[in-house]
Design a protein around this ligand. Structure first.
Ligand code: SF4
Length: 702
């Protein structure tokens, strides 16, 4: 039922652009959704996914409606009350914690969770259960960027804002296809280029994507050579004299070591390693070097890598040697794939983080949070990360996992191993909106959750913009907001500190923990967010001026020396190299009209029309050598598994490289469309982000 009849401002629940929408409740319980013309990010515009948002609420045919539980692995799930489900789960968790310690249980959540939800899950596991075993699917997405920001700038802080797009005169888009994956942001770039044709756009990508249509130069590199290429750009900038020595001397450290490393290889050698013309590297460097305001954008091509942190640092270095940071139109802009990956980072919702950018390794920070929560001591050692959780389930270190709002049996790398792990788990809780996720087959308890527009809370988009999302309609059946489920469970465990009267009380507690930190948002509450529509953090109590569009305008960074750090990364290779048996490089990615594992967008016929079926893209030269024609079935094999899928020929992909979309899971019981059957479990050693963009495969005609 509608909770009010007026159209309410809210935010699109898909990508990290975070477009504003107006959600109108209809008399029949459905909603209508249009773009919000007053919202600064999109000014009313929506992409194909946002234009079909209403179906995620209106089509309730695949919703979980009531709690279910089974008393042993041999029994089927049966309907139970909320009390029964939560009391039994609390009893099971208590038993495991007593017998095997707090690290025997874990929560695996999502970048789609609202900030309030992240906050209570994090508080529960870290403060009261006494383990850091909380990770989210943001680990698969942004953790390399988080580590890169921390190492270079001192904290996980995006320095720029979307309005910098209209102020930049040179863009470097690397490892990203925003024309498809962040479309509304990209339309702003397109409009800016149309109004200012002199604006230069450099795209680095092994595939010629739609984003390349706007490029002045496309550096179609060999996958995995990003660090080499970024360092070559650095060398070319130094050679041209296009660096900002005054900035380097006053506000950065590490330049001399960096210079030494980038001069170890000539531009010709780098060009050969990357498979791009040397002249194009020089041209791209000339664009960056001549820019008044240089803005970079990136996503998974840099992050999802066994050298993801190095790739991030090598990009950040280009800003630091040119002083292109902390001023209008200039700086690095990491694009998040999920709507609230940033909010999760703010509350410390990963296994190695603490709230408000505090450090887990710092005893004073742990004590501060413990005192604030009135909890037990916080564990000093990081918990299991996303993929580590499933390894720990498989070998028995982890007994119970609680999966919230994510679909790991489609999204994890080397996913058949994750399936085997869930089959061995002693206890699996699945807290979910949809009947679709494959995890439900392994659940001992199923908890139905309220979906977007059925619950209230906040989210932060890629530019630190916090927005309020109202509850517009009631959730179906007995579904509850995720935060309420967690608080009820915490109380069933006997923990104090989870008696929040409403969602705003959770938000205000989170906000109080930000006091005095770099993301101090103590000036905020729901009333201000409703009145202003959105606010960019930090937003302090005393803040009279507009919110903080840009960080580091005083060139004071969050490092102990207040200088940014230029890291002389070397171009290590940690991926699975192609060989005679597996000669192709596989890379994965998104398609335009689908989002993540398709539990929402896959139900909308208007969206499935664009690309109805999974496919494998390969170069016509490779296709000819394999005797494969367009639409032929091919088998893509790696050391971990295979997919069987239709071939698509494209001259836009490098020979020797093949591409699979990441969205498809099991279709009609078959997992042969699932890209993650073949992807590698290799991780970046610092960020623990998986190497989704690179593994060795064989392709044969079926
Ligand atoms: Fe939603 Fe992203 Fe599209 Fe905006 S660009 S409408 S946030 S999916």
């Amino acid at each position: 039922m509608p909770t009010s009849t007026a159209a309410a401002p809210s935010i699109c629940c898909y990508c990290g652009v975070g477009c504003g929408v107006l959600v109108e409740p209809l008399k029949n319980g459905d909603v209508a959704v249009v773009g919000n013309p007053a919202y600064p990010v999109n000014k009313g515009a929506l992409c194909s996914k946002g234009l079909n948002l209403q179906y995620t609420v209106n089509d309730r045919s695949e919703r979980l409606l009531y709690p279910q539980m089974r008393y042993s692995k041999n029994h089927p799930l049966q309907r139970v009350s909320w009390d029964e489900a939560l009391q039994r789960t609390a009893a099971v968790f208590k038993t495991f914690i007593e017998q095997y310690g707090p690290n025997s249980v874990a929560f695996y959540a999502s970048g789609q969770c609202l900030t309030e939800e992240y906050y209570v899950i994090n508080k529960l596991i870290k403060g009261f259960i006494g383990s850091n075993n909380i990770d989210t699917n943001s680990r698969l997405c942004m953790s390399s960027a988080v580590v890169g920001y921390k190492m270079a700038l001192g904290e996980d802080s995006v320095p720029v804002c979307f309005d910098d797009i209209e102020l930049a005169d040179c863009f470097l888009v690397t490892g990203a296809n925003p024309a498809w994956c962040h479309p509304i942001l990209w339309r702003r770039v397109e409009a800016h280029k149309a109004a200012h044709p002199e604006t230069k756009i450099i795209v680095i990508d092994p595939r010629a994507t739609d984003t390349c249509a706007l490029a002045d130069v496309h550096l179609q590199l060999i996958p995995g050579t990003d660090v080499v290429l970024n360092q070559a750009l650095g060398r070319a900038l130094i050679e041209r004299g296009d660096i900002d020595l005054a900035f380097i001397e006053q506000h950065a450290e590490g330049y001399e070591a960096y210079r030494e490393v980038v001069f170890e290889r000539t531009l010709a050698e780098s060009a050969q390693l990357c498979g791009v013309p040397e002249a194009d590297i020089r041209l791209a460097a000339s664009y960056i070097g001549s820019a008044q305001a240089f803005l970079s954008m990136w996503t998974m091509g840099l992050n999802q890598s066994a050298v993801g942190v190095d790739k991030n640092l090598s990009l950040l270095n280009l800003h630091l040697i040119t002083g292109q940071i902390g001023r209008p139109g200039a700086g690095p802009l990491s694009l998040t794939g999920q709507p609230n990956a940033m909010g999760g980072r703010e509350v410390g919702g990963l296994s190695n983080l603490l709230p408000a950018h505090r450090n887990l390794a710092n005893p004073a920070h742990r004590a501060e949070v413990q005192q604030f929560w009135g909890s037990g001591p916080l564990a000093a050692t990081p918990g299991y990360t996303a993929t580590e959780m499933f390894e720990a389930l498989e070998d028995g270190r982890l007994k119970a996992i609680w999966i919230i709002c994510t679909n790991p049996l489609t999204s994890l790398p080397n996913v058949r191993q994750a399936e085997a792990a869930l089959a061995k788990a002693k206890y699996v809780v699945v807290q979910e909106v949809s009947t679709k996720p494959e995890t439900l087959a392994y659940a001992d308890v199923v908890l139905p959750a309220a979906a977007w527009a059925e619950k209230e809370g906040t989210m932060t988009n890629s530019e630190r913009r916090i927005s309020y999302l109202p509850r517009v309609v009631s959730a179906p059946g007995e579904a509850l907001p995720d935060a309420e489920i967690i608080c009820r469970f915490a109380r069933a465990m006997g923990f104090r500190g989870f008696d929040f009267p409403n969602m705003e009380a959770i938000y205000l507690e989170h906000i109080r923990l930000t006091a005095g930190t770099s993301l101090d948002s103590t000036g905020l509450n729901y009333s201000i967010l409703r009145a202003r529509g959105s606010v960019q953090w930090p937003y302090r109590t005393s803040q009279a001026e507009p919110d903080t569009a840009r960080l580091f305008t005083d060139q004071q960074f969050y490092t102990p020396s207040h200088r940014a750090v230029i890291h002389p990364v070397t171009a290590a290779f940690r991926s699975e190299a192609p060989d005679e048996d597996f000669p192709f490089i596989l890379t994965t990615g998104r398609i335009r009209d689908q989002w993540h594992t398709m539990t929402k967008t896959g139900r909308v016929s208007k969206l499935t029309k664009h690309i109805p079926q999974a496919f494998m893209e390969l170069h016509p030269q490779d296709a000819a050598a394999l005797n494969v024609a367009e639409s032929d079935l091919v088998v893509v094999q790696s050391r971990r598994g295979e997919v069987r899928i239709a071939a698509r020929l494209s001259a836009g992909i490098r020979p020797g490289v093949v591409f699979l979309p990441m969205h498809w899971g099991k279709v009609l019981g078959s997992d042969l469309n699932r890209a993650n059957n073949v992807t590698s479990g290799a991780l970046d050693p610092l960020s623990k982000e998986p190497d989704f963009k690179y593994c060795a495969v064989q392709v044969v005609k079926y």
